[in-house]
Design a protein around this ligand. Structure first.
Ligand code: KIV
Ligand code: ZN
Length: 520
């Protein structure tokens, strides 16, 4: 028997994944996810697109400086400025990769780039050569490869490898391919590009037709050695190939693919939860591998079969993907060590000081609710470390409401060491009234685009988590709040989003401050 082929897992959660609407992450969140990806065993982390913004640059640089044990990659277009900036961000990494890309399909050549084929080849070669001047690990992507004429794709790939590319990535940028199509593209490259053995063929599929995982698997079957994917399949539009799905498909159907990855599969669920918590992008219940229902057997006939022999209805074991049998973990008497243990199991790396802060909050929560679940622990950690600076904070609120009448709210907020109170009778229900009062006190008006409440865990005393998305000045801000009182959670989430606005625009006092709003 031949040894299984090792497939390189290239994670682009922090680059392509971050391009999901509403998924932007701050620098400490990116660092935290990068560390979780190392624990998960990914081979390459695409940390960002350094030229895109100063924030992207700083995040890639920080990850390159702090993260060890994997290759850190930065994206660049095929031009000197992009490539030089990518290298500046990556230069301190233990191992680095520059990923250069240039579109090759007729539609992109004609309408986006306005370049002919010769010019595309010339630029691709120049880009790869410049990147190779900095580091010996260079990836080239012919963007929209799946819609590129096969002859031209072969020509560009051959030229990129000759110029020094060590990985050639084949993106289905618009999610247009089917499995048979993708398999054919990879086979064509293997048959017709004379120097193809000098590089690893990679696959990068988008999910517009729901085929990203199937297309990636077809590419592997045809000989691709690297898969580009994201946690929970997040990414532009319908997302990218989902890491957890493709990895578990390779593992479960090893008989078909004969491949292995270095992924520590019991880290899949914790990493999925971490990314969902950080980005606010919920995982659908029936999502394969990491969805809440992925291993839930409801039908009586299935339950009966499962009791007799698990393999009747189960092709993977929940523990293989890190789904704990029960996540009831801590209570009032649990100590700091038990909390630290749960935090680590959930994928968080806390300093002693951070652990102490979370522990103090944990004790307060344990007074309010008897059983503390993993979801509660994650929510406490997220609240402590992923908040934008708390310019305004909630001191107290009271609200009176009922059917037929307008709600009345009294709200007190703190800004620096001053407190402001506002009372109003307006709005459509208690939460709307509190949001209006917050806008009046802070002087920041926003348009609320999304408002979601969900229970963090099970039980009547479960904490409510509220996620809001607001718009201000053409920009979107997200806010999150958690409390055993869901109205308070809503107020915290809304304030969290307002604090995000203030971080960008600076504090603004309402024109009527001092009249409508009483300073206390
Ligand atoms: O989808 C795409 O084409 C990309 C490239 C930059 C690889 O994300
Ligand atoms: Zn992409």
């Amino acid at each position: 028997m031949s040894a299984p082929r090792k497939i390189t897992i290239f994670d682009t959660t922090l680059r392509d994944g971050e391009q999901s609407p509403g998924a932007s992450m701050n620098i400490s969140e990116k660092l935290e996810i990068a560390q979780a990806l190392v624990d998960l065993g990914v081979d390459v982390i695409e940390a960002g697109f350094p030229i895109a913004s100063p924030g992207d640059f700083e995040a890639v640089q920080l990850i390159a400086r702090e993260i060890r044990g994997t290759v850190i990659c930065g994206l660049a277009r095929c031009n000197n400025q992009d490539i030089d900036r990518a290298w500046e961000a990556l230069r301190d990494a233990e191992r680095s990769r520059i990923h250069v890309f240039l579109a090759t399909s007729a539609i992109h050549r004609e309408f986006k780039l306005k370049m002919d084929k010769d010019e595309i080849v010339r630029r691709a070669v120049a880009g790869v050569e410049r990147a190779c001047g900095y580091c010996d690990n260079v990836e080239f992507s012919p963007e929209d490869a799946a819609r590129t004429e096969p002859d031209f794709l072969c020509r560009v790939v051959e030229a990129a490898i000759d110029a020094g590319a060590t990985t050639v990535n084949i993106p289905d940028t618009v999610g247009y391919a089917t499995p048979a199509h993708m398999g054919r593209v990879i086979r064509t490259l293997r048959e017709r590009v004379p120097n193809i053995e000098r590089a690893t063929i990679s696959i990068h599929c988008h999910n517009d037709l729901g085929l990203a995982v199937a297309n990636s698997l077809a590419a592997v079957e045809a000989g691709a050695g690297q898969i580009e994917c994201t946690i929970n399949g997040i990414g532009e539009r319908a997302g990218n190939c989902s890491l957890e799905e493709v990895v578990m498909a390779l593992r479960t159907r090893n008989d078909v693919y004969g491949c292995e990855t270095g992924i520590v599969t019991p880290r899949l669920v914790p990493t999925s939860k971490l990314v969902s918590n950080v980005t606010g992008l919920l995982v659908q219940r029936n999502k394969a591998i990491v969805g809440r229902n992925a291993f839930a057997h409801e039908a009586g006939i299935h339950q009966d079969g499962m009791l007799k022999e698990r393999s009747t209805y189960e092709i993977m074991r929940p523990e293989d993907v890190g789904l704990a049998k029960t996540d009831l973990v801590l209570g009032k008497h649990s100590g700091r060590a038990a909390l630290a243990d749960r935090a680590t199991a959930l994928g968080y790396h806390l300093t002693a000081e951070q652990l102490q802060t979370v522990f103090d909050q944990f004790k307060l929560l344990a007074d309010k609710k008897k059983e503390i679940y993993d979801g509660d622990v994650a929510a406490l950690i997220e609240q402590q470390f992923h908040e934008v600076p708390e310019s305004w904070s909630l001191v107290s609120y009271s609200v009176q409401c009922g059917t037929g009448g307008q709600p009345s709210v009294r709200l007190r907020l703190r800004f620096a060491d001053e407190e402001f109170e506002r009372q109003l009778t307006r709005g459509d229900g208690p939460i709307d009234a509190i949001f209006l009062a917050i806008e009046e006190v802070t002087g920041v008006s926003v348009v609320c685009k999304d408002f979601r409440v969900q229970a963090v865990t099970v039980g009547k005393d479960a904490q409510g988590e509220v996620n809001v998305e607001v718009q201000h000045g053409g920009q979107t801000y997200r806010g999150r709040g958690v409390s055993t009182d869901s109205v308070e959670a809503s107020a915290k989430a809304f304030l969290n989003a307002i604090n995000g606005v203030i971080q960008t625009t600076g504090p603004r006092l309402h024109p009527q401050h001092g009249l409508a709003v009483a300073k206390v």
